[in-house]
Design a protein around this ligand. Structure first.
Ligand code: URP
Ligand code: ZN
Ligand code: ZN
Length: 454
């Protein structure tokens, strides 16, 4: 054996039990007791929880957006991931109009080969079908392990928006090639209409970012996407769900037996739209925006009842000076916030407080994302899986500060948040990459995850 983690409490989505884990050649070789310790590194996890590494299936690393590029690149973003117990990161490369998606994936793979500190996968964002050429490329992409694609109903001026016809063709094609379509669901015309009105009235503070994209704007997008997916019998994954009405529509469709998945993010569970009234409201500007209390309560309720399948971050940080561009005009604020390092600790601290179970956190942050997106070697601590393991100390207190993070951004919306319980070690395929506040891995240790299709 190469590594033995003993005396810990293992958490799976359905069980909590005491056992030791033996790791050989990067895989979980056995779970039991009294493994021979010669030549193995032995970690005593007494009084600690032993968890599968999280998969953050929604990040935007080095993404050109809003007149700049998101502040975390592949090295710093995946380094921060490791320090927050995330052992697989999914990035969203965005197709430039007219370009090949296969070429884009190759470009991103070669960057990650050198820079990634944890394992990585890509959902490819499609912005242009290239006269149907992309529909052909999708099949090859699936064969190469890219088994999910994304569309945006918004971001016209960024060149990322797709129209309904494109969305429909992608849903149909995804079903044929064994892939799933992820959707950013908001209604672009309603947003434009609201912005036009606010501009006339001189209402340009960050609060109007929320009011230009309130609950009904997101709900329309959710319901439209669900309606099409249901009628085409195509799988659909709704990213960053933040509103109650859309969530309820998704839960209804699931109950009817449709393959609809729902993701939400810690920022929607922690903050409400009230943050946009704060002096630093611009730092919270992301799309969709945080919603009202009622939506937040619905999200928590759906987490408990199974209506939400995954938690991911939508990690897309920008520097303070970039957020400042929109101090007096919310439309100039680059959209997005940080979260890659704080997602698993935040959700685990919520479990530690009794808001949900540790088993549920493992389901939402590891088992479900691995299953939905075809990461067959990830998502649980079972024999034969990759030894992506997090040791969590439920007694360790931690205050989130930008200085304690391992990213390249200069501020975080999570500043000052106190967590009871925190990860103390992360192993990536059996290799220690994080210990007690320090990154101890290496860029290049992360590997591309070739995913299974449906
Ligand atoms: O505000 C956000 N979420 N920025 C990143 C792009 C997206 O919409 O996911
Ligand atoms: Zn989005
Ligand atoms: Zn996103």
């Amino acid at each position: 054996m190469d590594l033995i983690i003993k005396n810990g409490t293992i958490i799976s989505p359905t069980e909590t039990y005491q056992a030791d884990i033996a790791v050989a050649k990067g895989k979980i070789a056995a779970i039991g007791r009294d493994f021979p310790e010669e030549r193995a590194t032995v970690v005593d996890a007494r009084d600690k929880l032993v968890l599968p590494g999280a998969l953050d299936v929604h990040t935007h690393l080095a993404m050109p957006f809003g007149g700049t590029v998101s502040a975390d690149g592949y090295m710093s973003g995946t380094r921060a991931a490791a320090c927050g117990g995330v052992t697989t990161v999914f990035d969203y490369p965005v197709q430039r109009k007219g370009m090949s998606i296969l070429g884009l994936i190759e470009e991103k793979k070669s960057i990650c080969e050198a820079e990634a500190c944890v394992d990585y996968a890509f959902h490819c964002c499609i912005t242009d079908l290239n006269d149907g050429g992309i529909l052909t490329e999708m099949e090859q992409a699936v064969q190469e392990g890219i088994t999910s694609f994304k569309c945006f109903f918004v971001y016209k001026k960024e060149g990322m928006m797709v129209d309904d016809a494109t969305f429909a063709r992608l849903l149909l094609r995804a079903k044929d090639v064994g892939a799933v379509i992820n959707i950013h669901a908001e209604n672009p015309d309603l947003i434009d209409l609201n912005i036009e009105q606010f501009k006339k009235e001189g209402k340009m503070s960050p609060w109007y970012h929320y009011l230009s994209r309130p609950e009904y704007v997101e709900a329309e997008g959710d319901k439209r996407a669900i309606h099409w997916a249901k009628n085409f019998q195509s799988p659909l994954y709704i990213v960053h769900m933040a509103d109650k009405e859309g969530l309820e529509a998704a839960i209804d469709a699931k109950r009817e037996g449709h393959e609809i998945y729902v993701e939400t993010c810690p920022q929607y569970l922690e903050f409400t739209s009230e943050v946009y009234k704060r002096e630093d409201g611009r730092n919270f500007v992301c799309s969709p925006p945080m919603k009202g209390q009622e939506s937040q309560e619905a999200l928590w309720k759906a987490i408990k009842s199974g209506g939400i399948d995954t938690i991911a971050t939508d990690h897309c940080p920008f520097q303070s000076y970039e957020k400042d561009w929109g101090k007096d005009d919310f439309t100039k604020i680059p959209n997005g916030c940080a979260g890659i390092e704080t997602m698993y600790p935040y959700m685990l601290a919520a479990a530690n407080e009794g808001k949900l179970s540790f088993n549920k956190v493992v389901e939402l942050c590891s088992a479900n994302p691995a299953r939905i997106f075809g990461c067959t070697k990830k998502g649980s601590l079972t024999v034969g899986k990759d030894a992506d393991i997090v040791i969590y100390d439920p007694q360790k207190d931690f205050k989130i500060t930008v200085a304690a993070m391992h990213s390249d951004y200069d501020h975080t919306i999570w500043e000052g948040k106190e967590l009871h319980g925190y990860p103390v070690m992360t192993f990536l395929r059996g290799q220690l990459v994080y210990q007690d506040g320090k990154f101890v891995g290496k860029p290049g240790w992360g590997k591309f995850i070739k995913r299974a299709g449906r």
